[in-house]
Design a protein around this ligand. Structure first.
Ligand SMILES: [Zn+2]
Length: 387
């Protein structure tokens, strides 16, 4: 494999945890890649020679975005529901059932083509690692095939049979939890690395979520959780107690929830595309960071509550609406996103890490929030190869 040097970088974000600043920024930098990994970073003037050269033209280079929360395996869209919501109808968890019906009808080929399109969209916007959940099949067969589809695109696949109780089990949710923790988990586990549940009024309560996560753990799947999105609830405390890698949404938190997050080290993944798309109050990123909680950002890309694949949009929203600094938001979308997925070889550009990076058509990472809605990502590389 040939080596690659990216030189004339105006601002290189390394996320080096030993640096004095949060992003480990090097001005006037170069980045050298060998064998798909970062081999060297430093001042451009000191860079070793490489087989190929890319001139960054004084622009910024950042680690690729790590989108640790998405629901890309689905069919159809819910534009009419979105329009109704913008006209005043409230968002409720039950809308998921609309997508479930369409997803069950779709062929594997249709689902694969749809996921491929969304992953392509993400890469164009700088995302180099994506987690993909099931959760719109909700039968043994449809959950397993959703995960098999997702596995073609990422190793970070998550079994979310406990997304919502499907229509046919509406009268007997306990029987559905038995299905999820039994035959559905058994069929899903070979295609998944993670297990997740939607712990929310209208979805699953704490005992049901605990049963799903515990069963998943016994099958070798690590846990993550949707919690405290639509109102206060027990999910964040449950996630902290179980020592999950991440608990996602975290919009409605009391002081005990914040303390539990800080003490457990469980990553709080904030998903501001949801609040944007449902016109609800944003999670308080500033409060969490000031309390010492580890905060990640992700898109939650799904057809109901957040149909955006754009990490740059999430960064802009986090800065504008959640009082995070541009540096904190970029860190949350890269380095901490990797932590939320328990990955230690992505999310930073230090020697040994996978050479997943993006070239920004701007002199600094600040432009991601300063110039919202502008297509600033000029190129994306995964393992040192342009994609
Ligand atoms: Zn979600």
């Amino acid at each position: 494999m040939t080596s690659l040097a990216v030189g004339n970088i105006g601002e290189l974000v390394t996320n080096d945890p030993t640096a004095d600043d949060l992003l480990g920024i090097v001005q006037g930098a170069a980045l050298v890649v060998d064998g798909g990994r970062v081999a060297w970073t430093g001042l451009a003037a000191d860079a070793p020679a490489a087989d190929e050269y890319v001139d960054a033209g004084g622009r910024a280079v950042l680690p690729g975005f790590v989108d640790s929360h998405s629901h890309l395996v689905f069919a159809g869209d819910r534009a009419a529901e979105f329009a109704a919501r913008m006209a005043g109808t409230a968002y409720a968890a039950g809308g998921i059932r609309t997508t479930v019906a369409l997803t069950r009808q779709a062929t594997d080929e249709q689902l694969t083509a749809s996921v491929a399109g969304l992953v392509h969209e993400m890469r164009r916007q700088g995302t180099t690692t994506v987690e993909i959940k099931s959760g719109y099949g909700l039968t043994v067969h449809d959950e397993a095939r959703s995960l098999a589809v997702a596995r073609q695109f990422t190793d970070e696949t998550t079994f979310l049979g406990a997304h919502v109780v499907p229509e046919e089990y509406a009268d007997d949710p306990a029987a559905y939890v038995d299905l999820v923790t039994g035959p559905m988990l058994e069929a899903a586990a070979p295609h998944a690395r993670w297990v997740d549940a939607f712990c929310e009024r209208g979805a699953f309560d704490a005992d049901q979520a605990r049963a799903v996560l515990t069963a998943g753990d016994a099958s070798g799947l690590r846990g993550r959780l949707h919690a405290n999105q639509l109102g206060p609830g027990p999910g964040v405390q449950l996630a902290a107690e179980l020592g999950l890698a991440a608990v996602d949404h975290c919009t409605h938190l009391d002081d005990a929830d914040v303390t539990a997050l800080r003490d457990s080290g469980t990553v709080a993944t904030l998903l501001p595309g949801v609040e944007f798309s449902t016109r609800q109050p944003y999670p308080d990123g500033r409060r969490l960071l000031d309390a010492g909680v580890t905060v990640a950002l992700a898109t939650d890309c799904n057809p109901g509550s957040s149909y955006t694949s754009s990490m740059p949009l999430c960064i802009a929203l986090a800065v504008r609406e959640m009082r995070m600094t541009p540096a904190e938001a970029v860190h949350a979308a890269t380095y901490v996103g990797a932590r939320a997925l328990d990955l230690d070889d992505v999310g930073a550009l230090t020697p040994g890490k996978r050479a997943d990076f993006l070239l920004l058509d701007a002199p600094t990472h600040v432009h991601l929030a300063y110039r919202p809605g502008v297509p600033l990502v000029a190129g994306t590389w995964i393992g040192g190869r342009p994609v």
